[in-house]
Design a protein around this ligand. Sequence first.
Ligand SMILES: O=P(O)(O)OC[C@H]1O[C@@H](O)[C@@H](O)[C@@H](O)[C@@H]1O
Length: 253
Amino acid sequence: MRRLNPKPVERVWGGSALGFGPGVGEVWLAEAPLLVKLLDPADWLSVQVHPPHAYAQRVEGKPGKYEAWYVLAPGEIVYGFARRVSQEEVRRRAEAGTLDAVLHRVRVAPGQVVYLPAGVVHALGPGTRVYEVQTPSDLTYRLYDYGRPRELHLEKALEVALLEPTPLPAFAPEPVAGGERLLQTPYFQLYRFPLRGRLRLKPPLALLLTLLEGEAWLSGEALLPPATFLLEPGEEVQLEGEGFFLGASPGGA
Ligand SMILES: O=P(O)(O)OC[C@H]1O[C@@H](O)[C@@H](O)[C@@H](O)[C@@H]1O
């Protein structure tokens, strides 16, 4: 078992709720075998899309990016388009700053899981704090950035964006030893483990375990959020305290 150190990263849209000072929009909790981050936006993130594996390998020589959010604080997100659009309309609107009119905005609540496969155009809104798990790739194509002077990748984004509305998928949690599996995809699995007194875990796959709320004890050491560990497959851990953990394991793809 390995304790991982949090890495704060400043972002133009960063808030101050992560406890690492103002402007820290992301705290990277793990980089392998999956990328796990906390995100705290004070402003809208760029309207963006990630490429699927096949496109990313062909065009960038890298794997694609699939991600999911576990919502920690309520707010709004963009999830795909509100109606069918054409590439020409998206290009015209992105250039004119009127893309908002065709984006599907949704309110999300704490505890909600949002799966974002490659191809779904998305954005996180102000105050919508999330735990994010994703394939370890940095491929983000920005369609629109609210006039901020950052690079855009509109043509590549248009090649990979799904232009039909993509309904927000709902998942029924499944019981697993110690908690529940909230999401299973070919790329990763997401778990929630409540801590009420004692919690014993022995995951079958590598597990990135993060304390999100409360206080925990591990072999006499006190842990506070966002303490994060990597457990190897079959490794056993015994925790005490009150609160909850989220866990991320690789998928089968
Ligand atoms: O391009 P910006 O707006 O900085 O957003 C970049 C961020 O987007 C989110 O949706 C996630 O994919 C983060 O892992 C990523 O760092």
